[in-house]
Design a binder for this molecule. Sequence first.
Ligand code: NDP
Ligand code: ZN
Length: 351
Amino acid sequence: MKGYAMLEIGKTGWIEKEMPACGPLDAIVKPIAVSPCTSDIHTVWEGAIGNRHDMILGHEAVGEVVETGALVKEFKPGDRVIVPAITPDWGSLEAQKNFSMHSGGMLAGWKFSNFKDGVFAEYFHVNEADANLALLPDCLDPAAAVMLSDMVPTGFHGVELADVQFGDSVCVIGIGPVGLMSVAAAALRGASRLYAVGSRTKCVEAAKAYGATDIIDYRNGDLVEQIMEKTHGAGVDRVVIAGGDVDTFAQAVQMLKPGGVIGNVNYLGAGDYVRIPRVDWGCGMGHKTIRGGLMPGGRLRMEKLASLMETGRLDTSRLITHKFNGFEHMEEALLLMKDKPRDLIKPVVMI
Ligand code: NDP
Ligand code: ZN
């Protein structure tokens, strides 16, 4: 079968591979719609998780089940499914500790396009299908539903990590597709003032539609100064980081009130250290909490997030700015994510 792969750091291309084999708990799925992720860019062009050879890329898909293992109870060939980016081993000790995304080691619940072939292939393998797949509701458009694989659960997780409460002032740093879903989630969680940080016009328009009350363009002056001015020197209760780099943490600490929480979902592709400013961190005593996490997967979470779309509480179609028809456009879509033209939020490839 054909797949679009990372050949080595900095190099991608089409390759031929054997069709994956289905274990007793597993499923083989063929994609209906897929999307490239900024994480694929960190992995290939920054070599952020080390080298990978001929590994098929992609971890965002909805698809059709073509084969199930003998012990799979909930799914059968022909079912249309949402495939989460993170597919843990649910029997692991880490999963029993409520950190399924780290099953088998740190970040090891992230299998597709990390250490196993991903979804940019004619067929792909899903471990523990009953726990890791969710049925695609008939009323959902497959292109919009691909956002449930990663953008929705990741953006929402940033807000969970920052523990946003009713009436909190929140700053979401980065309003690409992930940060936009953090804006939507913070609004659903009852944020009051909701500052969205970014510069691309399409993203700014979407941030307003998802509930941002104020837009801050970090290219128009110091980000912290802009937030401090808007909050009359008080800062914000919560910060979600969904963009920027290792230096963004210092800014987040500076704009955070004592007792506040930072939730990071940004994948730090480069830089060896995250530096925390000593004085702004209350000389170590400011009760400013910093959390960072990989999105949780699992069928229950996927079904719950899908129900937000089914009931009209969340509309992900606004994220999709570029839609391709045909597998052969995979490379074009991936390179869009790399080059980030200013009219891009997220591309989807319909297979
Ligand atoms: P994008 O590149 O589309 O968006 C990044 C955003 O950050 C843009 O709004 C950009 O602004 C803004 N930004 C860039 N530099 C700065 C800066 N110095 N200060 C403030 N804002 C800045 O990324 P995605 O939304 O696709 O992904 C966000 C991150 O989430 C990526 O690192 C991705 O790898 C990661 N990720 C993490 C996952 C997890 O489970 N934790 C899962 C999936 C993705 P501008 O408008 O100017 O472009
Ligand atoms: Zn991703």
